[in-house]
Design a protein around this ligand. Sequence first.
Ligand code: PMP
Length: 343
Amino acid sequence: MLKRTDPYVPGEQLEGQILKLNTNENPYPPSPSVLNAISNEMKHNLQLYPSPTVEQLREVIARASNTSLKKENVFIGNGSDEVLAFSFMAFFEPGKTIRFPEVTYSFYPVYSKLFNISYEEISLNRDFTIPVERFFQSEGGVIFPNPNAPTSLFLSINKIEEIVQQNQDNVVIIDEAYIDFAQESAVSLLNKYDNLLIIQTTSKSRSLAGLRVGYALGHPDLIEGLTRIKDSFNSYTIDRLAIAGAQAAFEDKDYHQETIEKILKTREWVSIELKQLGFQVLPSQANFLFVSHYSLSAKSLYQALKLENILVRHFNKAPIDNYLRITIGKDNDMMELMKTIAK
Ligand code: PMP
């Protein structure tokens, strides 16, 4: 029986004149071709069921992710949150303890409890990096984001490979929600390891958080396992508008690249300025910064910014209770943030 458990608490979604820097959304709209594709689909095809197997979009995602991948390596879901839930059900077993970092995406303990999977939360190193060896030889599997959230830190592909090698009887899930803002994806490891599952999303770098399209990349046997779970819940994976919009987003490579570059540029100057304002800023490879001030408490900063209609994320939980997670917005947004902090 499923356990009733404390649900995931998402970041605040306040309405009105709020500068929202708390849920790592993309400040730029999706590619104009996404809007065209969705509007076409609305005009012509809404009376028809979507493809249950989403073959075309899987093909497009496979091609965009790595030249050696095929649609058989791709599973699509309603946001990566759903893909994560199906992955917990498909690959982690009750009675076999899985491992994830103590500071990480807060949906992992929620799913573990819901599906009765015991878990060990591995403390991060003092500098918030991942203690790689502590993830070797897990009993039931491993999951963590790369870059990690909310720390923003990236773990090199060599280290990921070591973890995958040291867990040959178990599935290692790398949640690459923020990978397009980082150095390198672990997809290149997929042709060597059949126990590696990579989960990505269109919510961040492709500006489609509202459309809910996430996906997993891995060996066809893992994809088959996920499909079996999905087919037990729903005949149709995602709706027609989501399929059309996501496909257009993957096809407009230039727009995707330009958006990422703008965010990386902003991330760089904001990091420098925050340091000048007395913050410790972790070296981010994501679309957000994880920061702590040398004298002001994170909680009081969070509250003061909220009074000025700027929303950042504060986690009221040790060891990160004196840190803030700040999403990278447009240059103007970030200038306003700097001015308000300086004030
Ligand atoms: N993984 C991580 C690490 C995240 O931060 C998020 C965003 N909250 C998700 C997965 C879920 O993203 P989505 O469901 O929008 O694809």
